[in-house]
Design a protein around this ligand. Structure first.
Ligand code: URA
Length: 221
């Protein structure tokens, strides 16, 4: 009965896809649920992240760098992963790259408190190495759920790792930056990472162009 087997196989595939879709919508907060993994507050999510041992990075971290800012922010900045200073303080973007990000935020007529700042990875990769695909897979649900709670109007993805975590593209950041993409209906602007700007003065102008597009979108221009 090969035909019946095919039908059963197709049916199971559809059910699996539906389950995955519903789980994702619940995580994003787009569906209400009384299930334990349904809507969570940011503080509940932070507590879960702080206790997280899903990947090896929990063994070497000083602190989980969950994210900070306004939970109702219109604008969210997403970086790659905490560095040494962030790991020590438990706060995102507080090192030299962070100081530059703060200047960019202020030039955009916001304060750090008015936006939300987080990273794809919540724990520091040793020696600031690139995040591994396994670490991203384990950690990304925290980011997805943060964004589901905040529901910002615009996300600024800082650097290729942040852009690739949100946008389905293999392109480098130089090609991706400068235009809006959609992540679950939210506009995403990829741009260069502030750490890159510290090494490449000439990248400041395109970042300012991208920042102005975000400002226009949010009525700040
Ligand atoms: N770089 C990042 O991507 N995130 C931080 O929090 C700090 C530096």
């Amino acid at each position: 009965m090969p035909e019946l087997n095919n039908i059963i196989h197709e049916y199971l595939k559809v059910v699996a896809n539906m389950k995955e879709y519903v789980a994702e919508q619940l995580e994003l907060g787009f569906l209400e649920s009384t299930a334990p993994f349904g809507k969570m507050t940011m503080e509940e999510l932070r507590a879960e992240a702080i206790a997280c041992t899903r990947c090896e990075l929990h063994k070497t971290r000083q602190n989980v760098v969950f994210g900070e800012g306004d939970e109702n922010a219109d604008l969210v900045f997403i970086g790659e992963a905490p560095g040494s200073e962030e790991d020590q303080q438990g706060r995102p973007f507080v090192g030299t790259a962070g100081q530059l990000l703060t200047k960019i935020i202020e030039a955009m007529k916001f304060t750090r408190e008015e936006v939300y700042i987080a990273n794809v990875l919540k724990c520091r990769p040793p020696n600031n190495r690139d995040p591994s695909p396994n670490e991203i897979n384990h950690c990304k649900p925290f980011l997805t759920r943060q964004l589901g709670i905040i529901k910002p109007k615009v996300i600024c993805a800082l650097g290729a790792h942040a852009a690739h975590a949100l946008i389905n593209s293999n392109e480098g950041i130089t090609r991706m930056r400068g235009r809006f993409y959609l992540y679950n209906g939210i506009k995403v602007m990829p741009t260069f990472h502030p750490a890159y700007l510290l090494r490449n003065e000439s990248a400041k102008r395109p970042v300012w162009t991208d920042a102005q597009k975000i400002m226009a979108e949010l009525g700040k221009l």
